[in-house]
Write a protein that binds this ligand. Sequence first.
Ligand code: ATP
Ligand code: MG
Length: 910
Amino acid sequence: MKHKVSSAAQIRSSFIDFFKSKDHEFIPSSPIVPIKDQTLLFANAGMNQFKDIFLGLVSPEYRRAVNSQKCLRVSGKHNDLEEVGKDTYHHTFFEMLGNWSFDDYFKAEAIEWAWELLTKVWGIEPGRLWATVFAGEKADGLPKDEEAAKLWTKVTSISPDRVLAFSRKDNFWEMGDTGPCGPCSEIHIDLGPDMCDKKDVPGHCCAVNAGCSRFIELWNLVFIQYNRTENGKLLSLGAKYVDTGAGLERISAVLQNKRSNYDTDLFMPVIDRISEVTGHKYTSRLGNKTDNAFRVIADHIRTLVFAITDGATPSNEGRGYVIRRILRRASRYARELGMHEPFIYKLVPIVVDVMADAFGEVRERADFVSTVIESEEAGFGRTLDRGIEIFTAAADRAGQAADKTISGEDAFQLYDTYGFPLDLTQLMANERGLKVDTVKFEELMEEQRQRARAAQKNDSMMLTLADTELPITEDMHKYHLDTCDSVITGWIDNEGFKAKGRIPVNTKIGLILDKTCFYAEAGGQVGDCGIIKSDKGQFIVESTTKIANCVLHQGRMAEGAFDVGDKVKAVVSKDRDSIKKNHTATHLLQWALQDVLGKTVAQQGSFVGPDYLRFDFTYPKAPGPEELKEAERKVREKIAEDLPVTWVVIPKEQAQKLGAMALFGEKYGSEVRVVGIGAESENGISEAFSREFCGGTHVDRLGSIGGFKIIKEESISAGIRRITALTGQGLAGYLEQRSDIIDSLSQMLKVPAEAVSNRVEQLLAENKRLSKELKTVGTSSGPDTMAEAQVLLQQCEKIDGAHVIVGQISNTPIEQAREAVDMLKKKAKSAAIALGFADGDKVTLLTGVTDDLLKKGLKAGDVVRIIAPIVDGGGGGRPQMAQAGGKNPSKIQEALAKAAEIIKEKLVRR
Ligand code: ATP
Ligand code: MG
């Protein structure tokens, strides 16, 4: 069959061009990680980014839109993970081509145009296509979509017996459990009888929605008319929207006359690369183990590249855990291709080659993505092989049991010790026809969670507030003022929100005011401290946070008493000045790093406090010292130029057009505050060299930052670096401390500060030379007793200025040992000494005490008399020096320990 377009790139652009010719505006795909929507882990359909339009929350800038949306179906309502590799047309990551009408055209045009594109523009034979419509649903009180059914035969050339009606399961589209939804009309293609994968299933009859792979869905036209609310009810939206979705991979397979999406130009380059690296051949057969591994890995690497590019990195919860699971599954399949070392990351460049023309972001962040994948693969690789052994043993046990079920305990051990996500264990169990006891597994997980919770239980007072209506605090003053007059409107304590009465004393509460100049912790900037006062008393604010639009001044009544309704003055602590300096410097640093290291640098988080600032960013390797210096210099240059800092509040779209930098994953409203550096006025914000979405407080002019220094650069996880830096007072304090250190070194070494480094270098060289010499002396003439004694002196304990020098030395003539004791006495001036050495079976113990310690009742003779029996010997001598012989070398250490004990006891007692 000859079709009119063939490459996936052509198909994508012809789709877009077709709808552009029908007055649709091209809107780029939204990121795979939905920025604003907490109800959704990943974008799963083209309509996600238009949800607020459908709900009437924002008005659309265009009435018609077209795009190719990056979608992930690995969690929630739409989860195709289990299908991947087993069939030819379900992926975790895929592109959804879509066209939209926002209360403009409706069913007639949507149906007519879809048909026109498929049959006329792309040339698919109409006889292969089928259409479906919604049959109605009693539970929701919805009738059959007669309108769509009639339109199909009216505006297209489809034969009427190819328009079928199906129930809610197939023909009522919903994004998730809640949200916009509506009846839909799907277009399916008949791929021919030999594509059926259910031939062996008794009673199977190929048909649309009959579950075999002969008929597959190409395009879904959804007519959004309702919103499903939390309680499951449908509310009419009052307007009519068209929302369509066609899978690019499926259409590519059809137009390229391929039997499988994996055989198209979207996947084959990736599959070829896997083949090159692993040495295995891909034969495109379903149900074949090796081929299956190829498909899964090719699918998963696309997901990983797109998800990590868009900000989801592997972790232990939420989005991050989904990504980790996908990566670990891929690693497991890599084992099937004989790959035991990290290798999936090597596929990143080929995915980038295939996809970057349409989605440039994957090229920009390719290095970062590779680094993250490689390090995650390496990490899991360390436990994977052992985990597979443990699994095999568990599976063998399960295989012999009657219920053919892997125990919850085994699954939990695999999870907890070997990092196997539950679904990976299930998948492997499935391959052997086994089940997993997920109930017990969940029980064990819950126990673990409870242990963790118990361990980190704190006295947070925010716990009970979920459903409380809290008063709104007007807090715009934070940007201009350090003090303001306010009225107390309530407080929050362990029991919840209180709107009247007396503020409790001696308990930590969150005080609420009608307006405030306190900055509540957000965007990395710490919440303000300060006081709230009046004639009646004083409340100390230790930190400030925000719940919805209510600012909580957290702290305690320090003096007197306040009642709700009291007039008070809110006074922010002086720390605020340092915080502002650090915050503006953080923006400068981000700008400078991008300038020096390039656009791979993207903010991952920050901390802005009064004492220092911390900036986390993506970068695949450690920046060089020169690069850091360069960034530091750029920041300082800007500070010296004393440029102004200004801000505006503008619609988000406008801010995005200005190229203002947003923090990935951050939830922004429709209006955003943009802080600019270098523009003379708010109106000139487009001239600012640094523009960031930011709600924080900043200096008015850069000069007041007063200095900038990076004091640390480190890696905090794969591909993520952290810089700690200082400004203003914090920097002054740091420099003073450093300068004190240099002063004292210079005194110690008796050279001027400038010469300290040279002097230390000299000393180190000398030290090296001496220790070399010492070694040669020691080896050429037997043990060097003096050197050994010297070491004992250096390491000895001191009590009240007296040295306690106790230790075993190498075998040596007795004269040498005596000389060593004398030398030690001289050098240490005040010392009690006990040395011991062995010569074959013979033991010698020597003790010595300096005169000053004799006064304390410590006598060398006494010590040796007590310890000699330990080595089966005896001896004695003068108070200053004594000696004993013995016959049990294995007890030398014990005897010496006893000596130390006796000496210390005497020295301490006085
Ligand atoms: P199916 O029943 O085949 O799973 P669906 O009903 O889940 O499809 P929709 O939610 O209507 O699909 O999505 C619109 C279009 O996106 C589909 O017609 C199909 O072309 C494509 N599509 C959906 N899921 C996938 C997937 N997992 N991989 C590739 N393409 C998909
Ligand atoms: Mg589906």
